[in-house]
Design a protein around this ligand. Sequence first.
Ligand code: NAD
Length: 259
Amino acid sequence: MIPLVVVGAAGRMGRAIAEAAAGVEDVTVRACVDRSPPPGIEPGGPVWGTDLAAVVRPGDVVVEFSSAPGAVAAARVCAERGLPLVSGTTALDSGQEAAVREAAARVPVVRAANFSLGVLALKQALDAVLGPLAGWDVEIIERHHRGKADAPSGTALDLARRAREARGWGEETLRHGRHGRGGPRNDAEIGMHALRGGTWIGDHTVVLAGRGEWIELRHVAQDRGAFAHGVLSAARFIVHVAPGFYTLNDVVRAAATTV
Ligand code: NAD
């Protein structure tokens, strides 16, 4: 049984991970950490706390979906205590991202802006078509719930990065929305459009537009189980690997070779 300590346990992803873990036999949520624990914690369930360092035990796997400071603090505690970390918080700045990666020198860290297997496949599909469709315009549309703090999503930025790098373009070619009389579209440009509203879990579309034809690659997460099951796979992977920085690709590749 793999014991998880979930940081951000009271949040949307924290609750989805607890629900997913409740449905499998090899992973359990042993402890929950949140800066605002929910009222009325049920007796007999996981231990709750506000301080990760105070609740972790040897053998735990720490899973964090919280905030940028929460991700950095979790990475520090994991490095100090020798515990593996699965980290999913998005919108870390470069210093915060470096702080999480620093922990990977001492413990295994799996980090992904999106733990859905479908999104991993979307990225691979995009990589595959970017070569043959070299001259086509790329636009990215993402939709998320009205409570999402950051825009565009980490996944949308990753999709844009893949397109930029395939074409040898810098970050300045990313164009966030359009308005007014900006003139015709630049050739070296990737349009990014972030919609916010309602309860959308996560919806990413890459449009590739050519002359007289276009294609769309789209992934829709219908519930947070899409991410939570990827997180459980990462927990199963991380207990067997050496210290280092890993992605969901590593998790999937390892699962494929052990089937
Ligand atoms: P949420 O606001 O519903 O939950 C976040 C929880 O973390 C809250 O309960 C909050 O109190 C707690 N928290 C924040 N800072 C903390 C800290 N320093 N210590 C302890 N607890 C802290 O948000 P959410 O929708 O669950 O998303 C959380 C993060 O995960 C966001 O960055 C989101 O973009 C990201 N996310 C990633 C994926 C993925 O697959 N990688 C999927 C969904 C969401």
